[in-house]
Design a protein around this ligand. Structure first.
Ligand code: CA
Length: 345
């Protein structure tokens, strides 16, 4: 690899096998530098500056900066880089100190109107800033790779809490409820993930029938090559798999015939216009019918009012989730709600 500036240059390369010369033009390089993670951008700009300085010190002519017209990193760039590093370090500590807490958003059974299960959503109980939503830390978690640890934490926590919830349900003579955990394509494709999930199930004594993994539709396409095999291994543990944000990521429906999934979660974007009769509603009707023909259960996400509930009931949607029923609740509040609902059933 060589970085070539605007000066006339010559270079000699001996290729030991057939190869191709790939050129990354200046504007592309500049674009990549601009959109880069701020930490990497700062590191690169420091390295390039040092390199130019050392060339000057040994009497050579330093190559011109790669992007003379571009803005040099200023204080705000350094601050955002420092902020990212700091946030990443405190997130790492948060995992060690057990500062992540599960919040549970109820998923209702459309027919009975009672809680069928929950989706676990991670929150960070920050010692100084209070409860932080995932929007504050999930990008840093993804960039730093900590998202993997968060997924495993969520899985373990779901298994532990599911046992407690379901024991309470059993004592009240009510059926069990499932807990859905969001996992990423990288989680699913990581070496030994199914074995790790099996170990968590074993160590917590959780019943896999009540555990669901939510994966986004785009995961299926991004990791298309080996995802079927990985999903089958997970499915063999006895848990369920649902497709999150169904309808938003991937227009090729062939995957529905190939992947071992049991549930589809219809994205809020499709539910929002459902009260107006027309194509929007018909698309949701078609999604529900298609899912049912394939033997899948449907969940509508982002329900905000009674009208949407009535329409989705008429369309035969199996489960409903959204602020109309409940926001994500703390562990204690969800447990209390679960027992209240059971008592009222
Ligand atoms: Ca989800």
């Amino acid at each position: 690899m060589a970085i070539v500036d605007d000066k006339p240059r010559s270079a000699t390369v001996i290729a030991s096998t057939d190869c191709q010369l790939l050129v990354l033009p200046r504007d592309q390089l500049q674009h990549r530098m601009r959109v880069l993670d701020p930490v990497l951008r700062m590191v690169l700009s420091v390295i390039l500056d040092r390199f130019r300085d050392s060339v000057r010190h040994i009497g050579g002519e330093a190559p011109a900066p790669a992007q003379p017209a571009a803005k040099q990193p200023d204080l705000s760039d350094y601050l955002s880089a420092i902020e990212v590093i700091t946030l990443e370090q405190s997130l790492k500590q948060a995992l060690e100190r057990d500062e992540l807490v599960p919040f549970y958003q109820p998923i209702m059974d459309t027919k009975s109107g009672t809680i069928a299960g929950f989706e676990l959503l991670a929150r960070w109980n920050h010692p100084e800033r209070g409860i932080l939503p995932p929007g504050v830390f999930i990008t840093v978690a993804e960039q730093s790779g900590l998202v993997r640890e968060i997924s495993l934490w969520a899985l373990r926590r779901a298994c532990v809490d599911m046992e407690i919830f379901n024991r309470a349900r059993q004592d009240l003579g009510a059926p069990g409820c499932f807990i859905a955990v969001n996992v990423t394509g990288d989680d699913i494709c990581a070496e030994g993930f199914a074995q790790t999930v099996a170990t968590i199930l074993q160590e917590t004594g959780a019943d896999p029938r009540w555990l669901e993994l939510e994966i986004t539709e785009s995961t299926l396409i991004d990791h298309a090559s080996d995802v079927i095999d990985k999903l089958q291994k997970l499915r063999a543990l006895g848990l369920s798999i649902s497709i999150d944000d169904f309808g938003t990521g991937y227009s090729n429906l062939r995957y529905l015939a190939q992947y071992p999934v049991q549930k589809l979660k219809i994205d809020k974007g499709f539910i929002d216009p459902i009260a107006q009769a027309g194509r929007g509603r018909e698309i949701v009707r078609a999604m529900i019918e298609l899912g049912h023909i394939l033997g899948l259960r449907l969940v509508a996400e982002g329900i905000e009012d009674c009208e949407q509930v009535a329409i989705l009931r008429e369309l035969g949607c199996d489960y409903l989730q959204g602020y109309h029923f409940s926001r994500p609740l703390s562990y204690a509040d969800s447990q209390a709600l679960l027992c209240q609902k059971v008592a009222g059933e």
